[in-house]
Design a protein. Sequence first.
Length: 219
Amino acid sequence: MSERRIWDISEPIEPSTAPFPGDTPFSQEWVLRQENGASCNVSTIRMSVHVGTHTDAPLHFDLAGSDIAGVDLRLYLGRCRVVDVRGEGSPSLVPAAALTKAMLAGVERLLLRTRDRHDHRTWNGAFTALGPDAAKVLVAAGVKLVGIDTPSIDHGDSKDLHGHHVLYEGGVAILENIDLSAVPAGDYELIALPLRIVDGDSSPVRAILRELPPDATNA
């Protein structure tokens, strides 16, 4: 049996990876180096847990919410659907009407591609967000995880984070900063597990999509 194809939908994490304005960017310090006589190479990194592809814990926007170590890992593992949507308005939001019944039929994990080009090194404050209205549609449809190829479910200047709260109250997990630019629309297996960071408000993830086995593509 041939191996199933894998798409890496994670942003590279490096000093040039654009952080959310005000967040700590990625940096790396070498503690031990073999060229200096050490037996191995060891480094220390410093970064916001929201740099690159990441998942928000409820604690990120609710003091009474779970930390990232306590989230249900089953939400981040399983069948998903990649769809194309484009934002509308200013600020740009995913239109609730674009999330049709046909698009969401039987879907528990939905990944939204809002743009054709993805550059992890560039911050664009005019990114498309999900927003509360589209979030309500996903909750009503029984979606358990939503991913978006932009930095946040809500806009960068949002103070209330209504979209985050609607998803949280509906039991929907969040993935942000995924890179879907090379992935055809369709159904896949998602694997995007967060780190077990106690008291963590978020976690970087190595998010991948895996081709479904032939007997599952028509299920």
